[in-house]
Write a new protein. Sequence first.
Length: 287
Amino acid sequence: MRSRGLLMLFIAAIAGLAAVVMAARWMQGQSGNQGRIAIANADIELGGRISREMVRMADWPQGSVPAGAFEDPAALEGRVVLVSMQRGEPLTEARLAPVGTKGGLSAVVPTGKRAMTVRVNDVVGVAGFALPGTYVDVMVNTQDEGAARNDRDHSISKIVLERILVLAVAQEADRDTTRPKVVNAVTLEVTPDEAELLDLARSVGNLSLVLRNQTDPKAANAGLGATKAALLGMAARAEPAAPPPAPAAPRPATRRAAAPAAVPVAAVARTGCVELIRGLDKVTECF
């Protein structure tokens, strides 16, 4: 019985030793398949220019090397990042602006787009939740010059631009933060036509930003805008009242029996007469 236990212990030791040897060989084989790629040595902000101190080389498995990775750190010097980079992330061509691009917000603006800044406050800026990377609708409150002259209030609110990307708030373009920040200016990404509309809306009325879901691509059915009359229900009251019902046709007159003519008071009084006999005389007294 004792010899059998010793045999099992010996077999277990041999199996464990074999597993260690095989694991060591596998790790040696994996290390032989590793390469070296350039990664960020520090946090790099959106639109930042890469310097030599911001890059270091690191071992990376050959089977997991991302597309567009760099094996030479010198090729990254002076390039501009299009997204915020965290320390330890691999630097790839897809995350960089074209060669020769200058740093700053202009490097982030896509081809055919423009960056335009509008003034906001804690209310217009959606209480600081209009952050870089979010989408907003732009609404203007102005006076409707096409309203009727007898309309005493021409105020109208209308959504003029939808799904506009916020590039930066104040002088910050970091898209990784989610903490609200109240600022006095917001930079929006617009097309040239949208820039003209935005500039006109800013000059004719007050702007408001409406925060929207980042994954909602549908356009809102804004219609003709909201007016004070529609808000207070004055449009319904302003409708002309219904005409009064037509008077009923006169009913044909019916013949009534003629009322008896009034009898004069004097005649009535004279109808009561009494004969009085005074001795041999006969007298008639009427009253």
